[in-house]
Write a protein that binds this ligand. Structure first.
Ligand code: FCB
Length: 444
């Protein structure tokens, strides 16, 4: 099965890449990294399937050359990776781990040697445990701690990265982890969530300013979006979906690009935000050079009689991935169009993550992940539609290069273009990898 799109359908310079993150692939027990809140969250019964952790993961720390060979052989232009704060600064602050700095130095050089553009994300969720002890994202001081980490790692690799973004998916860092309790630190507290939502943006702006200070360019922000469809036509469901959209999607873009939070989010969050939050917008709105959107699914939202925000997810009728997520490609075009129209204007927009989990297995040396090929095909069609709408979409990254540690769901949920056998750690490119490779050939 082939993709119905080819490189020639996109403008010259359009960037095709694959994305990964440090804790999900590296092997956190290797190389002198410090303890993170994901290690302790996973060690607490009931938080993570089978209490799995990223201790070994894909052993990318050892096998990174083989993995980058696979990325390059697929014809990808770029590789989006993240830097583990606790690998660089095991205590979160203070003395760096030389092995950690050396690793990212080697990794960036290995990308460049293969013609892959290094696209760095500074934080993809593994907060050093000593900072979690101090309140983590609830503590305003995290902006300064994060700014210091940014300088330590970027003084080492910032001269060679193609792009850099401070924080992957502020909604997950804040709401999913401090209100829904599904990710580390596993809190379910509206005050904690409101503070984390604001501090994550303050840390974003602080890191952007620090990187500008180092002379770096091509700096961006990466948000995740979920399309909120009202469960029915009732005014209550429409209002609930609007609140969901405000908290999930518009809060972070509003903060970064408009210096304002949406009214439908403030109606519940304002009493819980830290004093003087309005004064932080000059930092939060530090200009960026691009926006990254991660997109996977939509949710159908009904009104819930409980306390604010009074939203409930209702099962939807569309085909679902291994995550149980509905496949709704149209949402990607919606968000590309809206970001361009309402927030980012002429700035380039990248799809920094898109992909699906599938119950893949190796049969006779092959992984026939036809559902993933269809998923990528349908979403690439939406990217082309958005470009036709006039949105300056500049690149598309598949999540993910490798099957990996899918956070609270452990190693069962397979998102990779490349299958990983978690016993032997053997890599097997899936049919989707081969389909993408065929589409990216320059002689098509
Ligand atoms: C995104 C995360 C990534 C992965 C995918 C499936 O929200 O950025 O780490 O978990 O979802």
């Amino acid at each position: 099965m082939r993709l119905s799109h080819a490189r020639a359908n996109f403008p010259d310079g359009f960037v095709f890449g694959a994305a990964t993150s440090a804790y999900q692939i590296e092997g956190h027990a290797l190389g002198g990294a410090g303890v993170t809140h994901w290690d302790t969250f996973a060690a607490t019964p009931g938080n993570v399937v089978r209490a799995e952790t990223g201790a070994l993961a894909c052993d990318h720390y050892t096998r990174y050359a083989e993995d980058l060979d696979l990325a390059a052989a697929a014809g990808l232009d770029a590789y989006r990776f993240s830097t583990s704060w606790a690998r660089v600064l095991p205590e979160g602050r203070g003395t760096p781990n030389p092995e950690g700095l050396d690793f990212y130095d080697r990794l960036v050089d290995a990308m460049l040697a293969r013609g892959l553009k290094p696209c760095a994300t500074l934080y993809h969720w593994e907060l050093p445990a000593p900072l979690a002890d101090l309140g983590g994202w609830r503590n305003r001081d995290i902006a300064g701690w994060f700014g210091d980490f940014t300088e330590v790692i970027m003084r080492r690799i910032g001269d060679r990265v193609f792009s850099a973004a401070p924080i992957n998916e502020p909604w997950c860092v804040a709401w999913l982890s401090h209100f829904l309790g599904q990710h580390a630190p596993g809190l379910r507290d509206i005050r904690a969530a409101a503070r984390a939502m604001h501090h994550v943006l303050l840390a974003h702006g602080t890191a952007i300013a620090r990187m500008r200070g180092l002379g770096m360019g091509n700096l961006g922000a990466v948000v995740n979006h979920e399309y909120a469809a009202p469960a029915d036509g009732s005014p209550e469901a429409v209002a609930a979906a609007t609140r969901y959209d405000a908290i999930y999607n518009r809060f972070f873009l509003g903060g970064m690009f408009r210096g304002a939070y949406p009214a439908e989010a403030l109606e519940g969050l304002a009493p819980h935000l830290p004093a003087g939050w309005q004064d932080d917008f000059p930092t939060i709105t530090q200009p960026v050079d691009w926006l990254g959107i991660n997109y996977y699914t939509r949710k159908r939202i009904a009104a819930d009689p409980g306390p604010w925000p009074g939203t409930a997810e209702v099962p939807g009728p569309l085909p679902k991935t291994q995550m149980g997520w509905e496949i709704y490609p149209e949402g990607l075009r919606f968000f590309l169009d809206r970001a361009h129209r309402d927030y980012t204007g002429d700035l380039p927009i990248y799809v920094t993550e898109n992909g699906m989990a599938n119950a893949d297995s190796v049969q006779d040396g092959r992984v026939a992940d036809l559902a993933r090929i269809a998923y990528l095909d349908a979403h690439l069609a939406q990217v082309r539609q958005a470009r036709a709408d006039g949105v300056p979409v500049a690149g598309y990254f598949v999540w993910s290069l490798l099957d990996n540690y899918e956070w609270a769901l452990g190693y069962d949920k397979r998102f990779g273009l490349v299958h990983v056998d978690f016993d032997s750690l053997r890599r097997t490119p899936k049919d989707s990898y081969h389909a993408l490779k065929a589409a990216l050939r320059r002689d098509n």
